[in-house]
Design a protein around this ligand. Structure first.
Ligand SMILES: NC(=O)C[C@H](N)C(=O)O
Length: 542
């Protein structure tokens, strides 16, 4: 009987260490060609296809503890290490599915080409292991090297070794770094988070959209944009007057997006509620553990909402659902039960566990900026920077608020002063907003301890007059009477004001730094290590 794909292949192996099972014989290439020649004379039945055993993921194998030995088990992976005794080699194999490697025992004679880094297919028996490290091991009877890792050819041994290697060293090898078990696990975490978020928004009937990456404006007006400069663009080259010249590719300056919000607002006016997970780019010259030049931002925009609580509810529900979906997953369990070896560069597992627990708690606190300043003032002596109404919150302030007000829950801080926030935010109305020297806007920052701001959102000014007024005062447009097609200000934002002329309901939304969230939930201490190919000030390596 041919072994079937899964458990029916179970049968005791002849000897515990070496099970010799004759290979299914395949006709050779030449004999097959020969058969087809003969077929013109006497049609011969086509040879039955040889069943290919599906390879099993190492994570699945490690959970599989059959009482009897199972033959013909196939596994694909990369050699992490080879330890040698005379007659036998012990090979540690990884495939990115598990933090723990698989142990394979191989007769030395079969082990040629099994060097660290090599991509291999191993076939053998899955048997109870006499060693303490794992309950079962693969006793290999066939080795196929599918991609060699040849020190002679590469002029060095494989640079990723099964031992502690510092994050700084691994960052110098972004193309190989994903092969470390931790980085593979982080790729899985990212993928599972995207699935959870996609399902969340689909259930809420939000439309997933793809706003542009190349934009004609700098959105937030912070000036920290990358300007596009195509190779065949003659603008800005010596002898040319300015980058706005007619010679330039798009005829005027264009940028890489810093936020998709403004375009999302236009899309939300079509289909209601929208969201996107998009790369965004910031040219901040910040060499910190929190900044990347290219990162993913999750942004959502809701139409026909007037109360900012609806937007905060959405952000809170979304993150709580993410916590509920992922906390029980194998990926998060592996992160939380990791061995000290893997934990070396991560926040302590108990700390990371608390972060997940906080995410799943109900009723996240919501306090105003003014209340936050009052709290901070009571503890003024703890801070390097004095808390002052009207100034932005420093990270030491945000940390204090997040840890004292939120305890383990994230905290919303709302209604910041207008002068320190983006032009598109709607001024706060109603009781408490009468003081002209303390004008605030309907906006919020979502703070978590250790990381500070993780998301931010606002109600958008949806009325034409006040929007044109502030855009003109801030020099974003030249004059309120200019139409979208006449806009040559270089900011290219008349179209954004124009939306307010054609049926613009009250609306609001938020943006969440997806990579920051993942680093918070994995315990990775710097966002540079949560992104496979990080770009930051001074670094863009491959
Ligand atoms: N969609 C948003 O509200 C995000 C906001 N534009 C920001 O960049 O922080």
């Amino acid at each position: 009987m041919r072994p079937s794909v899964l458990g029916s292949a179970m049968r005791p192996s002849a000897s515990p260490l070496v099970s010799r099972i004759s290979m299914l014989s395949r006709p050779s290439h030449s004999s097959r060609r020969c058969l087809s020649h003969q077929a013109t004379a006497t049609p011969a039945p086509a040879p039955a296809p040889v069943p290919v055993q599906p390879a099993r993921a190492i994570s699945q194998l490690l959970k599989w503890k059959p009482e009897q030995n199972v033959d013909n088990v196939v596994v694909h992976g990369y050699v992490r290490s080879v330890r040698g005794l005379k007659a036998w080699r012990f090979v540690s194999l990884a495939d990115g599915s598990s933090l723990d490697p698989l142990q394979a025992v191989i007769e030395s004679g079969l082990a040629e080409g099994l060097t660290v880094g090599a991509a291999v297919r191993l076939t053998g028996s899955w048997v109870a292991s006499p060693g303490a490290a794992q309950s079962h091991e693969l006793q290999v009877r066939e080795v196929k090297v599918l991609g060699s890792s040849d020190a002679k050819f590469a002029l060095q041994t494989f640079p990723i070794q099964k031992k502690y290697q510092t994050p700084e060293y691994l960052r110098t090898l972004p193309h190989l770094r994903p092969r470390t078990p931790l980085n593979a696990l982080l790729l899985r975490l990212r993928s599972e988070a995207v699935t959870s978020l996609t399902q969340f928004f689909a259930r809420q009937d939000f439309v997933q959209t793809h706003p542009p990456i190349i934009t004609s404006s700098d959105c937030e007006g912070a000036g920290e944009v990358f300007t596009l400069n195509p190779a065949n663009d003659t603008a800005g080259q010596p002898g040319k007057e300015s980058a706005d010249s007619q010679d330039s590719f798009f005829r005027s300056k264009k940028y890489l997006t810093v936020s998709t919000q403004l375009h999302l607002e236009a899309l939300a006016q079509s289909v209601g509620n929208v969201w996107t997970l998009s790369p965004v780019f910031r040219a901040e010259q910040s060499d910190t553990s929190r900044h990347l030049s290219e990162f993913y931002m999750l942004e959502a925009e809701m139409s026909f909402v007037d109360d900012m609580n609806s937007v905060m509810d959405l952000a809170e529900d979304m993150m709580r659902q993410l916590g509920t979906d992922l906390y029980q997953s194998d990926t998060v369990k592996s992160l939380l039960t990791r061995t000290p070896h893997f934990g070396q560069d991560l926040a302590p597992a108990e700390e990371v566990d608390r972060r997940w627990q906080g995410l799943m708690q109900p009723d996240w606190p919501r306090i105003t900026y003014t209340e936050a300043i009052d709290i901070l003032k009571q503890h003024e002596d703890k801070f390097e920077h004095k808390p002052v109404w009207g100034a932005g919150l420093q990270s030491e302030h945000e940390k204090f608020i997040a840890s004292t007000v939120g305890k383990d829950r994230p905290v919303f801080v709302t209604n910041y002063p207008r002068d320190i926030k983006a032009f598109y935010m709607r001024p706060t109305r109603g009781p408490g907003s009468e003081d002209p020297s303390r004008v605030t806007v309907d906006c919020f920052d979502l703070l978590v301890p250790e990381l500070c701001e993780i998301a931010g959102g606002s109600m958008r000014e949806h009325q034409l007059e006040p929007l044109l007024d502030i855009m003109t005062r801030q020099g974003i447009i030249k004059s309120p009477s200019e139409t979208a097609s006449e806009d040559d200000s270089g900011n290219g934002l008349q179209w954004y004001a124009d939306l307010r002329r054609w049926g613009c309901p009250p609306h609001g939304g938020f943006g969440l730094g997806f990579d920051r969230l993942l680093s918070y939930l994995s315990g990775v201490q710097t966002v540079r290590d949560i992104v496979s190919f990080p770009r930051w000030y001074g670094r863009c390596d491959c």
